[in-house]
Design a protein around this ligand. Structure first.
Ligand code: SF4
Length: 486
């Protein structure tokens, strides 16, 4: 069973008027809720003939093994949250929570393997990405006792599952995340009320960002703050840290003072100019790299300790257009054109900002994906439309709001009217998870994600309620609060 009796009771109480389920038999009521709350988001893999690790993981996540286990050391393990599929490096499921012997909920990740020793043979024991693991699940135990140890030498509780307990054919449609308890009641609420809540959450989020920026301006000044925020946005999403480090180590003021060397300083300190052999570069690239080197070497000794290591960067898994080297070049152009950016930003105008981003040019990077790639015959924007939209939503609007209003005040009506007009460009995994949690298979789901404001509102609700919840929705106050929302 996925949900506790208490959970079902709360859902049915809230929705009884709309669904008229109050007089149903509890099992029938449960079946109805179960049918409507298990959405099949997308197929992750075809049905394999031989059960695989992926299949086991999927069945685990589907709850087919149950949610109450006894660990290999005899402890009672309750799964409070199954979490979500992890699409990045690290354990199979993240944002999960377990309880040991009825104690406090422990948040973290869950790893599932066929063999207990896969933890070691797959290198998880020495991989810091596996540090947040709170539970190791496997099918086969080794002859000799095996302890699941993390990089920091923490002992992770183990649960051994038995696939022969499973009945029925395997269902290939595995959800990315489960719809939460509020999915059913939200479905019955008028659209205007839902939009009202999303708008309020988005406005709160914008105000919070503005407050954070205002505090940062107090510490670093307006220009350095804008520079750092823009760099963080360019580092989206795996490279936020190295971009932030770069702007802290090479402040805007020092780059502007060394305007001619700015690009070389950024590439050198990023650690992208460490390869000594020009021969590894394509012919069309050599001249550009040589110029960077010539400008970088005079500074190199002084900046040696600040050079980022190669491991600071995530260079794979991003779209070629978004390669951090292209983004770094964009940052260099922002420094070069800073006075124009200052004037643009001062206008608090979406059109002016878009014009600025569209006009950004670089003779090399308009035609290259990386330092070592072949030249492209097609010209590519340095900052594309979706990145510009992201910068507007997450940097410039909060920046403008920080300037316009006092701390903790709502953004002005004019700024807000502009903000709610912004169409959403991209979705992402976090948003999709949030949408599944709150809206499940509600046909209006897409409509609630069409604008930047709606997306930001949804993320705020997800962070404020879903991420804070230790009870698999049972004790989350959001559904009841929604009912009373006017
Ligand atoms: S935790 Fe709360 S807001 Fe999130 S899905 Fe569950 S009931 Fe809804």
């Amino acid at each position: 069973m996925f949900h506790s009796g208490f959970h079902n009771q709360r859902v049915s109480t809230f929705t009884e008027a709309a669904l008229d389920v109050s007089h149903d038999h509890p099992a029938g009521r449960y079946a109805r809720i179960r049918d409507t709350t298990r959405v099949h988001e997308r197929t992750l893999f075809a049905v394999p003939r031989i059960p695989s690790e992926l299949e086991l993981q999927a069945r685990w996540f589907a709850g087919d093994f149950g949610r109450r286990f006894v660990s290999t050391t005899g402890d009672q393990i309750d799964i409070v949250q199954f979490g979500v599929w992890n699409r990045e490096a690290g354990p199979d499921f993240r944002d999960a929570a377990i309880r040991i012997n009825g104690g406090e909920a422990m948040h973290g990740c869950i790893e599932i393997d066929l063999l207990d020793r896969s933890w070691e043979s797959h290198g998880h024991a020495t991989n810091p990405a596996f540090e947040p693991t709170v539970l190791h699940v496997f099918v086969e135990r080794s002859d000799r006792a095996f302890f699941t140890r993390t990089f920091a030498n923490r002992n992770v509780p183990q649960v051994c599952i038995n696939p022969t307990d499973l009945a029925g054919a395997f269902n290939p449609n595995i959800p990315l995340a489960y719809p939460g308890r509020c999915q059913a009641p939200l479905k019955n609420l008028p659209e205007a009320r839902l939009r009202g809540v999303l708008d309020a959450a988005a406005q709160f989020r914008l105000q919070q960002k503005a407050n954070r920026i205002r505090n940062k301006i107090d510490v670093h000044g307006r220009d350095e703050t804008l520079f750092q925020e823009l760099a963080t946005a360019l580092g989206y999403k795996e490279n936020k840290l190295p971009f932030t480090l770069l702007t802290q180590r090479l402040p805007l003021r020092s780059l502007r003072e060394n305007a001619k060397d700015c690009e070389a300083l950024l590439f050198g300190t990023a650690g992208f100019l460490e390869l000594p052999d020009l021969e590894i570069y394509k012919k069309s690239t050599r001249e550009y790299v040589r110029q960077l080197w010539d400008r970088w070497w005079p500074h190199r000794d002084a900046l040696q300790r600040l050079i980022l290591s190669r491991t600071a960067w995530h260079l794979t898994g991003t779209r070629p257009l978004n390669h951090p080297q292209r983004r770094l070049a964009a940052l260099a152009v922002l420094v070069r054109d800073w006075p124009r950016l200052q004037r643009t930003s001062g206008k608090s105008s979406v059109a002016a900002a878009n014009d600025f981003f569209q006009a950004m040019e670089h003779s090399f990077w308009n035609f290259h994906y990386t330092l070592t790639s072949k030249a492209s015959s097609k010209e590519m924007a340095l900052i594309g439309e979706s990145r510009a939209a992201d910068i507007l939503a997450n940097v410039l609007f909060p920046f403008w709001a920080a300037h316009e209003v006092k701390s903790n005040a709502s953004p002005s009506a004019q700024l807000w009217a502009e903000y709610v007009k912004r169409p959403a460009q991209l979705s992402n995994r976090r948003l999709e998870t949030a949408a599944t949690r709150l809206f499940g298979n509600d046909p209006r789901r897409k409509d609630f994600l069409r604008t930047v404001a709606n997306q930001q509102g949804l993320l705020q609700i997800y962070e404020d309620f879903c991420m804070q919840d230790n009870s698999d929705c049972s004790h989350c106050p959001f559904p009841e609060q929604m009912a009373n929302w006017m």
